[in-house]
Write a protein that binds this ligand. Structure first.
Ligand code: DUC
Ligand code: ZN
Ligand code: ZN
Length: 478
């Protein structure tokens, strides 16, 4: 197996940084060495197959995006990235593992939904991938299957308090599934928005002629997120289930998480780049010119973008600093404007929900280091180390240490990244939600289990490089 030495870079972990050489042997990290050191009397640099000079750059564990939706069926269409295109785009952006959501639809057996997801992903991924299970139909059979999923390396499942008639579960169903979570140690992941109430508000807006994309965010008011987050927390408390709230966007939802965590409950949350950088006002357009233009459909996602005036974005950054939120995922769920977002012309309820960001998460979060919102170490923790710990991958993933998989990114803090479609992103989308974003930093080199898959502007990976990750139980619980 080939050996590689990454020399002279600053190796960054969740707890510190040091200049060190990283010796990679085959697929794993063999040692961290003093720069220029010898091993058993041999000059290491002279004895390896390849040397990567990382002088002046950061050497970080590959990003782990724990919330993606490749080919998710939604609103009569399907998310536009396949496992092939989506994981390749992830690699370009310094992400070396994803955890996608296998879907059980209503009336379907979990086994069949999961098998379909394995089929979509197997042999197609550029990087390693795992699955959470979406539970879309709680019944005796699906609850029994759920209990057995940890044996298959699936240790978390997602439920929806939103989308009645599609993915929605009522409180009784959630309670039953949470009992499985308590018994097995599986993490319950929750889409926390009060869907039935939102649907009434959305219908009333449309009846009043308020059909533009902006009203998606008006209907999905923060009160609906706060209420559902609280309800999920109470159901988790009652059952003893560990709980993880996905795509948190409202500051009041963060307050609920902080409240429960202060009481010692195993409750966690992620936010996404869109809730840190984008706002409802942006969606409306600087002078309101996008009001009737349908342009705002580009940023229709759920939970929705929130008002900057109300301070939600500042609150997300703060929660990332104080660990009231533990990590950042993308909720990557891309749709093209043509033929997909356009389904909602004249009725915002029909716009497929989702934003594509898998390629930009590491860069966008690094911008938080540049602006002083988070530290360099916290960047690594939020994007790699905690996702690994939260979802049972730590030790193999999420850290640069002997024995870990050699998933490594060489990141140039003096580089520059211009984001947007014009700069030819690799996601399968006909627009960019991030058009015009300029980042002071650049992904230079990406290794996935020891193989260099991105080298400057060259892609050297291949579909089928990525393997299915059998995950253990969460390593993050109190
Ligand atoms: N939210 C989205 O924006 N897209 C897919 C599903 C979800 O919950
Ligand atoms: Zn969701
Ligand atoms: Zn999602």
């Amino acid at each position: 197996m080939a050996t590689t030495l990454i020399t002279g870079g600053t190796v960054v972990s969740a707890t510190g940084r040091a200049v060190a050489d990283v010796l990679v042997d085959g697929e794993t990290i063999r040692a961290l060495l003093e720069p220029g050191s010898s091993l058993l009397g041999t000059d290491v640099a002279a004895s390896v197959d390849r040397v990567i000079d990382a002088t002046g750059r950061y050497v970080i564990p590959g990003g782990i995006d724990a919330h993606t939706h490749m080919q998710l069926p939604f609103g009569g269409t399907e998310a536009s990235d396949t496992f092939e295109t989506g994981t390749r785009a992830a690699a370009w952006g310094g992400t070396t593992s994803i955890i996608d959501f296998a879907v059980q639809t209503y009336g379907q057996r979990i086994e069949d939904g999961l098998a379909a997801w394995h089929e979509k992903a197997a042999g197609n991924c550029a990087i390693d991938y795992g699955f959470h299970q979406i539970v879309g139909d709680v019944n005796e059979a699906s609850l029994a299957t759920l209990r057995r999923l940890p044996d298959e390396g699936i240790t978390s499942f997602k439920m929806f308090m939103a989308y009645p008639g599609v993915f929605y579960s009522d409180d009784a169903q959630i309670l039953k599934a949470m009992q499985v979570s308590r018994d097995t140690g599986m993490l319950t992941m929750m889409h926390a928005e009060n869907g039935p109430a939102i649907d009434v508000l959305a219908a009333q807006l449309v009846e009043q002629g308020r059909t533009e994309p902006f009203y998606h965010g008006v209907a999905r008011a923060w009160e609906m997120e706060e209420e559902a987050t609280h309800r999920a927390i109470m159901l988790a408390k009652l059952t003893g289930a560990p709980l993880y709230i996905v795509h948190v966007s409202a500051k009041q939802a963060v307050e609920q998480l902080a409240w429960a965590r202060d009481k010692g409950q195993n409750v966690y949350g992620e936010t996404c780049p869109q809730y840190l950088y984008l706002s409802l006002e942006d969606q409306l357009g600087a002078k309101g010119e996008q009001w009737g233009s349908f342009e705002g459909a580009k940023w229709v996602c759920s939970t929705p973008l929130r008002s900057r005036e109300e301070g939600h974005q500042d609150s997300m950054w703060q929660a990332l600093r104080t660990n009231d939120l533990q990590m950042v995922s993308t909720d990557h769920c891309p749709f093209c404007m043509k033929d997909q977002k356009e389904l909602g012309l004249g009725d915002f309820r029909k716009i497929p929900n989702g934003i594509g960001s898998i390629e930009h998460r590491m860069d966008l979060m690094y911008q938080g280091v540049v602006t002083g919102e988070i530290t360099l170490e916290r960047w690594v923790e939020l994007t790699s180390t905690t996702p690994a710990r939260m979802f049972g991958l730590y030790g193999t993933k999420g850290v640069i240490q002997p024995g870990a998989d050699a998933d490594i990114v060489v990141y140039d803090p003096n580089g520059h990244t211009s984001i947007g479609l014009d700069k030819t992103h690799h996601m399968n989308m006909d627009y960019s939600a991030w058009e015009g974003y300029e980042i002071d930093g650049h992904v230079d080199t990406v290794l996935s289990r020891g193989k260099v898959i991105v080298d400057g502007d060259q892609y050297l990976g291949a579909k089928g490089d990525g393997r299915f990750l059998r995950r253990g139980l969460s390593q993050y619980l109190i």
